[in-house]
Design a binder for this molecule. Sequence first.
Ligand code: GLU
Length: 446
Amino acid sequence: MTKEQQNVVRFAPSPTGPLHIGSVRTALFNFLYARKNSAKFILRLEDTDTERSKREFEEDILSGFEWLGIYYDELYKQSERTEIYQEYIKKLIDSGCAYVSEEPSGERQSVIRFKNPNKSIRFEDIIRGEVSFDTTELGDFVIAKSENEPLYNLAVVVDDKEMGVTHIIRGEDHISNTPRQILILEALGVERPFYAHIPMILAPDRSKMSKRYGTVSITEYQKQGFLPEAILNYLALLGWNPGGEKEVFKTEELIDLFDINRVQKGGAIFSTEKLRWFNSEHIKLLSKEERDTKLMNFLKSRKNDLPEGLYELIQESESLREAICERTEVFEDVIGLASEGEYDYLLSSPEIDPEKINWKDTPSEQTRSHLDKLIDLLESLDSYEKPEFIKNAVWEYATEKGRGEVLWPMRVALSGKEQSLDPFTIASVLGKLKTVERLKKAKKNI
Ligand code: GLU
């Protein structure tokens, strides 16, 4: 494919707020399209609104892209391109397609308006099909505040032309801008790109997806320990699917399957629960080493939110990491559970409620004798390194006497809780001394 024939797409965020999950979906569709079709992918920061555009938001976009693994081929900033816009504004004025308009009211004495030919515009949208607009009602719209202060519609058209953009894939909220942009590009004699307006992400009540419903900032998701590939997977499937039942895809697979023609027209409802499910599925796809590295990096960044000593315990025990990850959809859950006191029994000996220790109607006498036997079996066990070793040591006895009858008091003795990590993992983390000590203490308490 020669350079001239290469398709070009762009994602053009305005750095006026933190990178929003909805924008990431737009970026992702562009990215998938580009990688699938060997097209060029441009990231263009639309920062002509000097009051609202902020450096920190620009950095948020760039670091968000990096974290998500969305990479681009070229990066532009509109604020560095004023001269180019100036040239086009002059050209439009010279050809009579735009004019300096004296304003009787408003904050400025004059602005530059586009001379609307008042015609009907029709275009074929890849997602929405044929769209037509009567542009008469737009009047002579403003395209620049002055020769060196272009407004959105003009800057977009100029850049899309200069950058050779062939496919404009963007949010449906821009569909009403499209006729204005088509009028400008016709006035400039520029070829029309293809348009694909993707449906918005909606909150469950079908309102605009906002903070009110849940987390929208990508940095926040990163802080909560979401996996970037899970976010991309979920967002890709909001409004698009490759057909078939399969839902969990790695980014490479998404690229391979992506087809812009299959993006649906209807708005897509965002569900935090579904995103969490995708995250848990992607945790399962990781190798043990990858998972452990990611978990520990996350916990390190949140060490201050963990009870003292828990981080070190998790770092030391592979089986604890395993058990913790089994009940975790998102790494943040570990912090949540820990702060509710869920793992306190790993750090200090729990209070034991004598009412809770007997399995169903088992008499206390019988529970005491089970604890005695457990103490015996576990005192003579040499290695506590793996939960299986502990399980193997007590399994035969538990099976013979009834697993509930034996393992229930074991769990309560070790954790003080009716629901906890499995007793074998707890014993393995505690080691022999503490395990036996707790069993003895519980026996005394009955
Ligand atoms: N800068 C616009 C925005 O952030 C996008 C422009 C476009 O994609 O045409 O919404």
